[in-house]
Design a protein around this ligand. Sequence first.
Ligand code: 13P
Ligand code: SF4
Length: 362
Amino acid sequence: STEELGDRIRAAKATLGDRVVILGHFYQREEVVQHADFVGDSFQLAQATKSRPDAAAIIFCGVHFMAETADLLSTPEQAVILPNLAAGCSMADMADIDSVTDCWEQLEDLYGTEPGADGRVPVIPVTYMNSSAALKAFCGEHGGIVCTSSNAVAVLEWAFARGRRVLFFPDQHLGRNTAKAMGVPLEQMPMWNPRNALGGNTAEELEAAQVVLWHGFCSVHKRFTVDQITAARESHPGVRVIVHPECPMSVVDAADSSGSTDFIKKAIEAAPAGSTFAIGTEINLVQRLAAAHPEHTIFCLDPVVCPCSTMYRIHSGYLAWVLEALVGTADRAPEVLNRIQVPHEVAGNARIALERMLAAKP
Ligand code: 13P
Ligand code: SF4
């Protein structure tokens, strides 16, 4: 049962002490989050990784790209463990290194590679944290950077100081919503359409482009609609609608505000008692916030429960399993299971792109 697993997790954690740190993303199940030493958005968890160089093992309760990032930001001696290796992210899978390299080469053909009179290079690649380490390495190698939903504006400013254009992947919505908020007109952010049998972007489109968007999206956040916001405003006059910037542009525009998972949490914490919120993000976070704030009315914009199915793949059984393996038994030596290790060939450049992000944060 969940209670028994909770007892086993607590016992193993007590035995391991400071040798282990458990990081949990806001979207994790309650049965997992209650055991985490740090709970946060993806940027905060990247920072938390760096804050515990003393821990021999970092158990990352989140998805694969987050564990890869923790491996890149931890010391070589530390082992990063993903309790269930099947916890991926469908958005991260929507951009692979071969297609992005192909796109990059086509953009180089079009825009050239030499810096302009203003010293800015033709294109800067920017990858959302939700991407493979190989894509972070691509950015590190080509003068680019990583962003998260909490620092996307600062990172795009960093990129525009160095490049005349940005290639943004994998999430079209975060890219579009952020660039729009910075004043980039929609017609200057075309979606990349490879020059292949199906066509390609027009020359005019690419000539005018300031941000070239990849076609990725989050299957959880794309479910939110303007109709749901309209319905929430009708049923709850005075409601504050806050959504994650992975939602489509029309939804972000119709909401009162948008931001990372931590932004949503802080907005709720700062509100006067008796406030009403309709939230457009993953259900585990919405339910936790509702439980933590009985003084407010908090509900999910989508009446049909929408968990992130891959975040959900981490449950307390897996957490107990990897922790108990670290402890070992009389007849079983302590063991690191499910270690995530970014291959050496990509780690160096991926780390460069991540460190640029950590330095670019205002
Ligand atoms: P945050 O950076 O806001 O935690 O978002 C991560 C994520 O995967 C949202 O879907
Ligand atoms: Fe990926 Fe969306 Fe899940 Fe976030 S909510 S981990 S973007 S699938």
